[in-house]
Design a protein around this ligand. Structure first.
Ligand SMILES: NC(=O)C1=CN([C@@H]2O[C@H](COP(=O)(O)OP(=O)(O)OC[C@H]3O[C@@H](n4cnc5c(N)ncnc54)[C@H](O)[C@@H]3O)[C@@H](O)[C@H]2O)C=CC1
Ligand SMILES: O=C(CO)COP(=O)(O)O
Ligand SMILES: [Zn+2]
Length: 345
């Protein structure tokens, strides 16, 4: 089980990046893997904090979470003689830096600029390989430094997406239990308990998650970290990624303009909860209350892609058995799932 050694979350946390690296006795140059926008939002401030504490740093700008970009990050780290990496930005920059540093045997520090995903502190990296999303084992970050002041200023849409990524733990756990019964896969009850508790916190406090509220940011950031930890305890993403994630990853593959990861996972959770015979209306109501998408229209994705993603979702991570089974869904069944749950009209 691998967990971060230090987790700092609070307003102004970015200033502690340099001092934390000192306290962790890190040596040498740093490579900051970040996005085009997030460099200005946080990357430059991270470099400044490092510099004040005697560290030189180089930047690598990345956009998509592909294996090519992981290789690019590894090359950049070698070319600049970096000795540790920081991922500064959304889930994609963090996953690229996380996997590159694991493969290079280097320390990694996670600096999220948005509360949009639960990969902040996990030991997993979701990377597109051969056109498909693959969940890779990686090392958990040495430290997580989440500046809630910066996250507070990020678009509310990102925070609402993070809630969708957390609420998806409900169906992920149902799928995991199903796979344990049908396929005899290992299940960690500690991980299940943490994963479900985290999702329940967001569901129960949905009314308190609103734009412009510091408390909302704090609640969601803590939930994302504990969901990450549930994955690290399990040693897999099973407690936080099941059929609803397969659906979301398939949409990323086929929709001309996919929505945010967490938004797609939230909509997937409504439909997969219906398939599991659970209270899908409660999931839908909570997402609505938070202001997260609940329909194809909200996602900005045409109905036909929702149906196609449902039919083919089982082909993502075929080794992870879920309620979607291991065959294409009949077209009519997929339409029925999406219509009954009001995802499509
Ligand atoms: N490794 C793991 O355990 C997990 C990995 N993931 C992966 O993470 C990715 C999804 O993460 P996202 O953050 O949704 O995607 P992302 O990294 O593409 O970020 C979404 C957008 O938010 C912008 N952004 C970030 N911070 C901002 C700020 N402060 N102000 C304005 N804009 C800002 C980014 O520039 C980007 O345009 C997917 O690839 C998903 O598979 C998701 C959950 C868990
Ligand atoms: O997105 C995730 C959990 O929220 C990561 O898991 P996968 O990459 O296995 O889907
Ligand atoms: Zn996710």
């Amino acid at each position: 089980m691998q967990l971060p050694r230090n987790v700092i979350a609070g307003p102004g946390a970015l200033e502690s990046v340099g001092p934390i690296c000192r306290s962790m006795r890190l040596k040498g140059r740093a490579l900051i893997v970040t996005g085009r926008n997030t460099k200005g939002i946080a990357g430059d401030a991270v470099a400044e904090s490092l510099s004040k504490n005697g560290y030189d740093a180089d930047f690598l700008i990345v956009e998509s979470a592909t294996m090519e970009n992981v290789e690019k990050a590894k090359r950049a780290a070698r070319d600049t003689n970096a000795e540790f990496l920081l991922g500064v930005g959304g889930g994609k920059a963090i996953d690229i830096a996380k996997l590159a540093s694991s493969q290079l045997d280097m320390y990694f520090i996670s600096v999220p600029t948005a509360a949009s995903h639960d990969g902040i502190a996990s030991s997993r990296a979701s990377i597109i390989q051969g056109g498909k999303s693959v969940s890779n084992q990686a090392e958990a970050p040495l430290c997580v430094i989440a500046d809630t002041g910066i996250i507070m200023k990020s678009p509310y849409r990102l925070l609402a997406a993070g809630c969708g990524d957390i609420i998806s733990n409900y169906t992920a756990v149902l799928d995991w239990r199903l796979a344990a019964r049908l396929r005899n896969v290992y299940i960690s009850e500690y991980s299940v308990a943490l994963s479900e508790m985290t999702a329940r916190m967001v569901l129960d406090y949905a009314h308190d998650i609103k734009p412009g509220l510091e408390e909302s940011v704090r609640l969601v950031v803590k939930a994302l970290i504990s969901s990450s930890v549930a994955m690290s305890i399990a040693g897999s993403s099973a407690p936080a990624s099941g059929s609803e994630h397969k659906f979301a990853h398939m949409l990323d593959q086929i929709a001309p303009k996919p929505a945010l990861h967490g938004e797609q996972c939230g909509v997937g959770t409504i439909m997969m909860m219906y398939l599991h015979g659970g209270d899908w209306q409660r999931i839908r109501d909570a997402l609505k209350t938070i202001g997260a998408p609940t329909t194809a229209k909200d996602l900005g994705i045409e109905d036909k892609y929702i149906v196609e993603a449902l039919i083919k979702a089982h082909t993502i991570r075929p080794e992870r058995y879920t309620i979607l089974g291991d065959k294409d869904l009949p077209h009519e069944a997929a339409v029925n799932i999406a219509r009954t749950t009001k995802v499509i009209e």
